[in-house]
Design a protein around this ligand. Structure first.
Ligand code: NAP
Ligand code: G4F
Length: 341
């Protein structure tokens, strides 16, 4: 049985990748952070199904704790390491630059060093990001496009991207960079723009929220479905050689277009509910990201299966159900309203 080690297993991609690898017959080992409240909500179902059978195994660790990462890798001796952990919110990285940058730079170096020193052939996956390109051009971006990071988050990712390549070239290690463009799902963090919108729509429809406050509605992204993108991560790790890969849909859409589709789905007009709040305007914006996934399509035989429209509808439908449950709990005073109008 192959063993995979995943950092960031409690995140959106951690959830989809664990599920995908377990279905492929892997034993999954994941790191979770100690928190004063439970932070395993996304993977609770997987835990109840697979932890007793030792198919899913969880350990407390942090990317800022190299000794814990090293001893975990020594003990587990995984075949594949997927480094998904990061403070992944771009706007937050301006507010918490030390933490954001330390996590995405020191973490990968610690893991790469451990992988190098293990003396076993271990494959390493680094979660690189389309944010590294900076979004100044409207051209298609591919593996050869120039990086021009616009945030602490993106600068940290560029460093990790180069280090992954350096370990590949210097030590002949199987180190892969997956340059993934934005990918979303019903498991997306609730402060990323797509989920913030669909969560808001669910609550508006059920009468427990009045408005959604947003920032730049003209920003353009290449949005895909997270479930499709974790398959691409795995395919990169099975390819005959380690490389850098762009994963994207090849379609660009604005925040306004996401609003259009999502609000139309419930028969409402977004213009009646969306307010612009300056606090969501970033110090330095990434205006336009559009990826060219042809290399992955041709060599990995990967393609995105969920369209932009279906993704928005999938998220709205899921958040309508969540809001319906919240409404009942609110009426029974079992939860309080913590979200903003
Ligand atoms: P996410 O939902 O924010 O998950 C991030 C994960 O990292 C969580 O499990 C989080 O733990 C963990 N984490 C944060 N800081 C940590 C630290 N210091 N030590 C250990 N774990 C830490 O992000 P995602 O959307 O799944 O993205 C996965 C990775 O892909 C990230 O590296 C992200 O930067 C990158 N990426 C994402 C996208 C995208 O569109 N989703 C695109 C390109 C690249 P808690 O649950 O305890 O917070
Ligand atoms: O959903 P976002 O916060 O995603 P962003 O900044 O593109 O970053 C995500 O994708 C990256 C890949 O390109 C990942 F590396 C990163 O970890 C993360 O997953 O914002 C998308 C756009 C931005 O231009 C932002 O300014 O939406 C705009 N936006 C407008 N109003 C908003 C809001 N973003 C957020 N989060 N909240 C708003 O109210």
């Amino acid at each position: 049985m192959k063993k995979a080690f995943i950092t960031g297993v409690t995140g959106q991609d951690g959830y989809y990748l664990s599920k995908f690898l377990i279905d492929k017959g892997y034993e999954v080992h994941g790191t979770i952070r100690r928190s004063s409240t439970f932070n395993t909500k996304r993977i609770d179902e997987l835990i109840s199904q697979y932890s007793e059978k030792k198919i899913l195994n969880l350990y407390y660790s942090d990317l800022l704790d190299p000794s814990s990462l090293n001893s975990l890798l020594q003990n587990i001796q995984p075949d594949e390491v997927y480094n998904l952990a990061a403070q992944s919110h771009v706007a937050v990285s301006f507010k918490n630059p030390h933490f954001s940058v330390s996590t995405s730079t020191n973490g990968p170096v610690s893991l790469l060093e451990s992988v190098k020193n293990l003396g076993k052939e271990i494959k390493y996956y680094q979660a690189s990001s389309s944010e590294m390109y900076g979004g100044v051009s409207t051209d298609y971006l591919d593996e050869n496009s120039i990086f021009d990071p616009k945030s602490p988050y993106a600068a940290g990712k560029v460093f990790a991207h180069h280090m992954t390549k350096i370990y590949r070239e210097s030590y002949n290690l199987f180190c892969v960079n997956g340059i993934l463009f934005n990918h979303e799902s019903p498991e997306r963090g609730e402060t990323f723009v797509t989920r913030k919108i669909t969560r808001g729509i669910g609550r508006i429809v059920h009468g427990i929220q009045n408005n959604i406050s947003l920032g730049n509605l003209d920003a353009v992204r290449d949005w895909g479905f997270a479930g499709d993108y974790v398959e691409a991560m795995w395919l990169m790790m099975q390819y005959k050689e380690a490389d850098d890969w762009v994963i994207a849909t090849g379609e660009a859409h604005s925040v306004k277009e996401f609003l259009d589709i999502s609000f139309n789905h419930v028969g409402l007009k977004w213009e009646d509910y969306v307010k612009i709040d300056e606090k969501y305007i970033r110090p330095n914006e990434v205006n336009h990201l559009l990826g060219n996934p042809n290399k992955a399509k041709n060599l990995l035989d990967w393609k995105p299966k969920v369209s932009f429209e279906d993704l928005a509808v999938m998220m709205v439908e899921s958040d309508l159900k969540l809001a319906e449950q919240e409404k009942v709990l609110l009426e029974k005073n079992l939860i309080s309203k913590t979200w903003e109008d």
